[in-house]
Design a protein around this ligand. Structure first.
Ligand code: SF4
Ligand code: SF4
Length: 272
């Protein structure tokens, strides 16, 4: 893709977007085709740089989550996983997500919390987020407090739950229960679904970085608080303001960034 003329770049971009659209329809296969991943990244990138309408970040997250959902069937085929509605030992885990996913959940909560469920209350979520603010990051990890989005033991934001939650499957609920109280034990996670989650995260974050926005991982509950409390949070973030800079989080590991970095390189080459 080096030294393409403007015309060739446009054609390569159009072709890649077409492949991306197909991938969005069918999901990604077990073997990841980078041209499909690039196509989806270009589609998400277009949403993120379009400042003419609000909600581009949440929309990009929604597309990425839909892609993950369609892609998981291949990885779960023939497996008897232990995951069931009401099983939630994994919801005590530290969740680190991207800014677009935070806006998607926050927008949904604004419209649905309280109205839909007497137990999913914005006030309670914000209260819990403020309580966690006073606890060090290390203590938060050690504390293993349950996610405040749980309602009657099930995920109260199931339809908009982040990639980190969607990609987690385990072969045994009992083993998850033991791992929650015994740090020497691990949840028997389904590795291919975790990897697929990583791929989709790479696609989303490549689009985010390519749009010149912060791709830092953000602690879920703290991020939701900022998105709900700050005025015009999504528009300000899309304009380049790092409104989450005070929220703990994490940079991605270099090995997890490899696909993301390759996609950013391709995105730049295909930029108009
Ligand atoms: S990952 Fe473990 S704790 Fe979470 S739903 Fe599945 S079996 Fe239950
Ligand atoms: S968002 Fe839902 S699935 Fe994710 S940790 Fe919270 S309750 Fe669990």
């Amino acid at each position: 893709m080096f030294q393409l003329s403007r015309q060739q770049r446009r054609k390569a971009r159009r072709d890649a977007i077409e492949r991306g659209r197909k991938a969005l329809g069918c999901g990604l296969g077990a073997e990841i085709a980078e041209d499909e991943a690039l196509g989806v990244a270009l589609i998400l990138h277009e949403r993120l740089i379009d400042r003419s309408r609000p909600g581009g970040a949440a929309e990009a997250a929604e597309i990425a989550e839909r892609l993950l959902q369609r892609s998981l069937a291949t990885d779960l085929k023939g497996l008897e996983v232990g995951c069931r509605k009401g099983c939630n030992y994994c919801c005590a885990a530290r969740v680190i997500i991207s800014a677009p996913e935070i806006f998607r959940v926050a927008n949904w909560l604004r419209e649905n919390a309280t109205a839909r469920s007497a137990q999913l209350q914005l006030g309670d979520i914000l209260l819990e987020a403020h309580r966690r603010d006073g606890i060090s990051f290390q203590d938060r990890i050690a504390e293993k407090v349950m996610c405040p989005m749980l309602v009657d033991d099930a995920c109260g934001v199931y339809e908009v739950r982040p990639i980190s939650c969607r990609a987690v499957f385990s072969m045994s609920a009992e083993a998850c229960k033991i791992a929650l109280v015994d740090d020497t034990k691990e949840m028997p996670l389904v590795v291919p679904t975790m990897r697929k989650g990583d791929v989709v995260r790479s696609v989303l974050l490549a689009a985010v970085s390519g749009a010149g926005l912060s791709d830092r991982g953000i602690e879920y509950v703290g991020g939701i608080r900022i998105a709900l409390e700050e005025r015009d949070a999504e528009a300000r973030w899309l304009a380049g303001e790092d409104i989450f800079d005070a929220v703990p989080g994490a940079e991605r590991r270099p090995d997890a960034r490899q696909l993301q970095d390759r996609l950013i390189g391709f995105l730049r080459q295909l930029a108009e």
